[in-house]
Design a protein around this ligand. Sequence first.
Ligand SMILES: O=C(O)CCC(=O)C(=O)O
Length: 339
Amino acid sequence: MGNLDHQPDKGGIRGNARSATHLPTAQPAAKPSSNESSASSPITTSDTNPYKAAREALDRDGFVVLSASLFPSFDLDTLRAAASGITAAARSGQWPYIRTLPKQFPPWPQDASNGIWGVQHLLHPTNPEHITFAKTYFDSELLKYVSVLIGCCEDDLTMELYNMLVRPERDFSLRWHRDDMPATATAEEEEERLKKPAHHAQWNLALYDDSSLVLIPGSHVRARTDVERAADPYEAHMPGQITVKLKAGEVAFYNNNILHRGVYDSTKERMTLHGSIGTTQAGIQRARNVLQHGVGVWAKQLSFDDFEPEMAERAKMMRERLDEMGNMSGDVGYFAETE
Ligand SMILES: O=C(O)CCC(=O)C(=O)O
């Protein structure tokens, strides 16, 4: 698989694992009237097409919540069983691909003694349940939404990441951030970057009710305000912030450059599938954000034999495009190695 082999974050067993019309379907940003709003109001749009309506909400607010009923093939019981198995393996040190506390970005040290907040590489062929997860990642309905949200045709979709965010053993939070821009960026740099298309879609699929994601609607298209810039990185009450409250089975798509953070309650079960899919239009910057997680190392070993033929074909093509991305980008390094 070309240069994918040379990506640094291989994960695994190593000293330092890098390891308005009536649309019941989507719930975009509630108009935040206070610091503690939550996203729960139904989408309002003049568009009768649910895919376009979702895109409109994502463009406007920086996120959109899709109802579970849109994805009838997602079987929560089966997914929860698969998720519990791999999470238990991760906590006990038998699954080496983990996000460990207190680190926010890859690479994550493999020492899980401080606890974990994520399980990486659900599609890895050594995960006994990788097919269960793959059937949601390559689901035809999900991919329709993804292609409309990105603004590309389905033939350009590129396999990226499929991880899971889990309940840490102690309360823990991530600082305010944009995934693809350092906190040191100037306002001009922010504006310049935010003008560019994302070339990917990112989502959270909650297997249990989940209120961990906090974000500021609309901040995906503007530089930080003076207040945001001066705020404590862990500020609990940022002006305009909302909590995205997902019911089990709902899917939240969000622009990963929206100002956001994770706030994790160690007493509340969390198993939220965290995926991204890209497009052939993406450049080196996206390649780094994807390949730093180490997916290129094992993707070529993934077998699609257990899929029905159409899904197998789609998946093969998407993986091939990931390979091409690795060939194009070469070694990518990390976004924020020490954070
Ligand atoms: O926990 C979440 O939903 C947010 C995770 C996040 O912000 C990240 O992985 O960068």
